[in-house]
Design a protein around this ligand. Structure first.
Ligand code: SF4
Length: 221
């Protein structure tokens, strides 16, 4: 809850900065973020589909909200939509998506439909560039709300961008992959992004070990 509140406050600060405000007085904590964003994924998706809060809205074709089992124990978070996701409106389609499906179904041995999949930003950054901090922090409250609603036990951060914005830690993904980070109500396991694996197939061995660790975590009571 605090993380969602903080993300909402960061979003507000970036909006104020966009308007040219260089100083804001202490922001009072009001009745909480749950009153700001709906506790319903359908209603949240509708808000996202109409969102124009950051510059990515100008170049997107479709927003990519996320999809999957709304009661999932396992959630995957990537960086942002690519070209095919931007056209289809679905996360992780195309070659990277096919590889993610294989990672879930062959290594963790559960169907892709049993997990929930989302991204840090819901609109495609042009030319697949990394989202700017302004874009990521503006969009982050949507993901925090998805996390709150789905309430997974394990969240897999796919790549450095997802890891950085989920944890606040700027360590490189090579250093932290495979670690288990306790976030209170859920645990984060960072690993390489499927797009990285397509470019560096030799890293699949390490990801396989991470996936086995995730499988064991899911089996714990
Ligand atoms: S990336 Fe997120 S914050 Fe930016 S326009 Fe899309 S939905 Fe809104």
């Amino acid at each position: 809850m605090n993380r969602l509140y903080n993300a909402l406050q960061l979003k507000r600060l970036y909006q104020l900065k966009e308007l040219g405000v260089s100083y804001v007085p202490l922001i009072e904590k009001r009745s909480g973020p749950a009153t700001t964003l709906p506790n319903d994924l359908g209603a949240l998706e509708k808000i996202v589909s109409e969102c124009r809060l950051c510059p990515l809205s100008k170049t997107r074709t479709k927003t990519v909200f996320g999809e999957g089992n709304i009661h999932a124990s396992l959630m995957f978070v990537g960086e942002g939509p690519g070209a095919q996701e931007d056209i289809s409106g679905r996360p992780f389609v195309g070659r990277a998506g096919d590889l993610l499906t294989k990672m879930i179904e062959n290594a963790i041995e559960i169907p892709r439909s049993s997990v929930y999949i989302a991204n840090i930003v819901k609109c495609r950054p042009p030319n697949n560039r990394v989202p700017t901090p302004e874009e990521a922090y503006t969009c982050l409250p949507y993901l925090m709300k998805q996390l709150e609603i789905v309430s997974p036990r394990v969240v897999v951060a796919l790549g450095a961008t997802a890891y950085h914005y989920l944890t606040g830690d700027k360590s490189g993904i090579t250093k932290v992959r495979g670690e288990i980070i306790d976030m209170g109500s859920y645990r984060i396991v960072p690993t390489y992004h499927p797009s990285y694996l397509l470019r560096n197939p030799s890293a699949k061995k390490e990801v396989y070990q991470d996936l086995l660790k995730i499988k064991r975590l899911l089996c714990e009571k």
